[in-house]
Design a binder for this molecule. Sequence first.
Ligand code: OAD
Length: 244
Amino acid sequence: MLKHIFVLTGAGVSAESGLGTFRDKRGEGIWARFDPMKLATPEAFAGNPEDVLAFYDMRRRNLANAKPNAAHRALARLEGALAARGGRLTLVTQNIDDLHERAGSRNVIHMHGELLKARCQHCSSVRLWPEDLSPADACPDCSRTGGLRPHVVWFGEMPLHMDEIDRALSQADLFVAIGTSGAVYPAAGFVADARAYGLRTFEINMDPADNADLFDEQRYGPASETVPAWVEELVTKGWARNDR
Ligand code: OAD
């Protein structure tokens, strides 16, 4: 029986909430419209903090107007259903939005950080920060200005919680990747790690990911339909474990 499911989500899970994805086939993804090297690196922040902060201010305002969709809600349901039978869901997201939490998920591991938090580069304190950020803002902890940045992972920086993530992966029975292109490491490498640990691997996506051939099973379609359907099947038709 399935006891521990490890789910990795990407931008595709929040696409139907209106937040946009980074790469898409029509060339309308966030990174087609905005240059990540100018907006999502430590060097960009050091050289031009105003533009970097304005980019994240815009995304924070978009998030304030977004609502969780049926895929987020289904994953919250899955967490509750697994817990009720003594099991566990590890939910790791590459998303910096808070839509999993707003849908009711309790334990969310944000490996790329959180848009609604700010971190001080001087004293490393992390605080909830739902408002715009400015280089003139003083850190509430050390009082220095110029160091507050979104608590997100930029290109060239290490993702967060990697030890906890690897430990959970090594203990899980099933690895599921939802709405992620498999283009950005280390998250793109989790499926290979999962296979090495002997887990079954399952992809739920709109289009096949770059690493789609590493999954034992795939389902393609909008997450708001595919994810609730998969969770409903698990909850109503049983939790048979299907080892590799
Ligand atoms: P991508 O934009 O690279 O990929 C989005 C994925 O979601 C693709 O596989 C799409 O097919 C799929 N998709 C789109 N709409 C969908 C829908 N309605 N239902 C289901 N799937 C859908 O996003 P990520 O893989 O999350 O990192 O990107 C990974 C990282 O790259 C991000 O966390 C971000 C970015 O650079 C940082 O900013 C550090």
